[in-house]
Design a protein. Structure first.
Length: 388
């Protein structure tokens, strides 16, 4: 983590200082000097305040915007002008900024539907062709001024007419009250076998300034903290919307199949765990608790917010056939097959299979910042197929 921090600061400062020395300082203008370094000062301030626990959306948005629209173009121009003319380098950087502005103003509105197939010999015959819709990382607090976007998400979900809808975490940014303005829209999501959800790291509501201050003050363990209160409220609100939150537990979905005039009961198991991730994200979940009572050889679907859980606790350790995750957002930037999430996650977006186990990582819908470029907001439809 220290190396990542040093690399971030290095990439932020070195292009700034180099370009200032080469192009700004010779102008001998104190105004240009001050204006040149202001974005970097704001970026570093926001970054270190976030590191200190001041997880306010305003700071995160300032950091994200300045890094993308100021620091990244400076870095790209610094590299390009060594091999290209200054004018061509500026033109290419201008094109980059145009693409980034598209992501800020339009990209986050562009909802797509992606499909995948999960084949398994464990799937009962009556579930052959069963369709699950996954959506993830809604971060509704980001859309308080754009409620029609959430309505569009709901319409897209209902239009797919699937058997089951699951949400794989991060419904909010920092507190449960963000959900209230959207309850009517989110309550209208329908599926024959229901809507199920799990907690993401943001749903623990530990990133708000009040919760951060309480952690710093080490509030007594017998008192309900602000974060715990918001967790309780969030679970209540999801229940009011008709969603069932799976907290280290499972449910069985049953189908009847007529065989030679006799109705035969078949089922698959849907498992949901609290967040299980790698630092700096906390782990609260227990897969062993969630699977209590389940027998080997049944078709199991796991909802687990962080995809790193698949490799660390699911793959080659259980017979779970399908794991659905989110969390990465693909860094909200994806150009072809490249995403900055590759640097942090082995599995960061789409379908992954190994042995008899499949992981699907949704790129999600929202983020603390309304920005998407290439990694468009998505809902995912996974069709189950029996492998004979």
């Amino acid at each position: 983590m220290i190396l990542q921090i040093l690399l971030f600061v290095f990439l932020l400062l070195v292009p700034d200082i180099y370009l200032w020395t080469a192009y700004i300082q010779p102008l001998h203008s104190w105004v240009f000097n001050v204006l040149w370094f202001l974005p970097t000062i704001f970026s570093l301030t926001a970054f270190f305040m976030a590191r200190k626990g001041v997880y306010h959306n305003a700071f995160l948005r300032i950091l994200f915007s300045l890094v993308l629209l100021m620091a990244l173009p400076k870095l790209v121009f610094t590299l390009l002008q060594f091999v290209l003319s200054v004018s061509l380098s500026l033109a290419l950087v201008g094109l980059l900024v145009a693409f980034l502005l598209y992501g800020f103003f339009f990209g986050w509105r562009r909802i797509v539907v992606r499909t995948a197939t999960c084949e398994s010999a464990l799937l009962p015959k009556s579930f052959d062709g069963y369709r699950i819709l996954q959506f993830s990382d809604l971060h509704v607090g980001t859309f308080l001024r754009n409620p029609k976007f959430v309505e569009k998400v709901v319409q897209t979900i209902n239009k797919q007419q699937v058997d089951l809808v699951v949400f794989t975490g991060d419904l909010v940014n920092i507190h449960a009250e963000e959900v209230r303005p959207f309850m009517r829209s989110l309550s209208s999501i329908t599926a024959p076998d229901g809507i199920y959800s799990v907690m993401g790291n943001h749903d623990y509501c530990e990133y708000g300034m009040e919760a951060t201050r309480e952690k710093a003050a080490e509030k007594g363990s017998n008192a309900e903290t602000t974060a715990q209160r918001h967790q309780r409220i969030l679970a209540y609100l999801e229940g009011k919307m008709g969603w069932r939150m799976l907290m280290n537990e499972h449910v069985n979905i049953v189908r009847l199949r007529n065989e030679n005039g006799v109705n035969k009961s078949e089922s698959i198991s849907l498992i949901g765990v609290e967040n299980i991730g790698k630092p700096p994200f906390k782990s609260f979940g227990s897969l062993s608790k969630a699977m209590e009572g389940l027998v080997d050889g049944t078709f199991k679907v796991l909802l687990s917010h962080d995809p790193t859980h698949w490799r660390s606790g699911v793959l080659h350790k259980t017979d779970i056939a399908l794991t659905l995750s989110g969390h990465t957002h693909a860094g909200q930037v994806k150009i072809g097959r490249f995403s900055p999430s590759r640097w942090a996650y082995n599995e960061w977006g789409g379908k992954y299979t190994e042995g008899n186990s499949m992981l699907y990582v949704s790129l999600g819908i929202g983020g603390t910042m309304p920005f998407r470029l290439g990694a468009w907001p998505e809902v995912n439809v996974i069709e189950l197929r029996r492998k004979d």
